[in-house]
Design a protein around this ligand. Structure first.
Ligand code: GTB
Length: 222
């Protein structure tokens, strides 16, 4: 059998986060690094993302996508889950522990991330609205509710449910998006949890790879 080609993911050619690792290709890169899998990256412009070739991979015209032989995936959660199912290192072997780790992946995406996205929407797109000042604290308090509950669950533990898993990867990737808001620092155990995630060598490699894209995009042409 010939060796299979590495999967190809897509990422922003010019990431609006300027290499801070906030775009969703970061969680896919991190999962691939944790699983010790090589991968290639195809950078896409905003125009290309909305064009027919990219929409054939991603119906919503977004990044990331994941191509592995005949398989194409979109949605960062589905991609990380796929990687975690096929390679060791991200999901526990024991069936019930594995099912709980998957619950934490969904919790990160469906329970914790939505109010964080609301905060980013209001701050970046709705600042000029008459109701901005009234709505902002409501959105922040909804995040505090979730962070308080998560903080209570985590307590002094290192990870959410025993050993590090794709559940932690997804939760840390989601919580990182709160850094600029200062809200994470109100929960020292969560801030330390995120720092533990970021300290993982696989995270560091993924972060460096996406930062290199930004740095290269800033280099003078020629
Ligand atoms: N649910 C999908 C998933 O999880 O894969 C969401 C994918 C998504 O929102 N992708 C964004 C995108 O392609 C990039 S990551 N946006 C372009 C579009 O929709 O037209 C979101 C993102 C963008 C910018 C920052 N930032 O600047 O800090 C952070 C995160």
């Amino acid at each position: 059998m010939p060796p299979s080609l590495p999967p190809v993911i897509t990422a922003f050619e010019q990431s609006p986060d300027r290499g801070r690792g906030l775009a969703r290709d970061m969680r896919v890169r991190w999962a691939l690094e944790e699983a010790d899998q090589p991968y290639e990256v195809r950078l896409v412009s905003f125009d290309a993302m909305k064009g027919p070739a990219h929409r054939a991979l991603h119906p919503f015209g977004q990044i990331p996508t994941y191509e592995e032989g005949p398989l194409t995936l979109f949605e960062s959660g589905a991609i990380v889950f796929h990687i975690a199912q096929r390679h060791a290192g991200l999901l526990p072997e024991e069936a019930n522990t594995r099912a709980r780790a998957i619950s934490w992946m969904f919790a990160a995406l469906n329970t914790v991330e939505p109010p964080i996205l609301d905060l980013q929407t209001i701050k970046f797109l709705e600042r000029d609205k008459s109701w901005y000042e009234e709505r902002l604290p409501m959105v922040e308090n909804r995040i505090r509710d979730r962070l308080g509950e998560l903080s209570d669950h985590l307590g002094n533990a290192e990870w959410l449910d025993g050993a590090f898993s794709a559940g932690d990867l997804m939760m840390v990737a989601v919580l990182i998006r709160l850094r600029a808001s200062g809200l994470l620092n109100e929960y020292p155990n969560l801030a330390a949890y995120v720092a533990r995630g970021e300290a993982r060598p696989a995270y560091q490699r993924a972060f460096a790879a996406q930062l290199a894209v930004f740095v290269a995009s800033q280099a003078p042409a020629g």
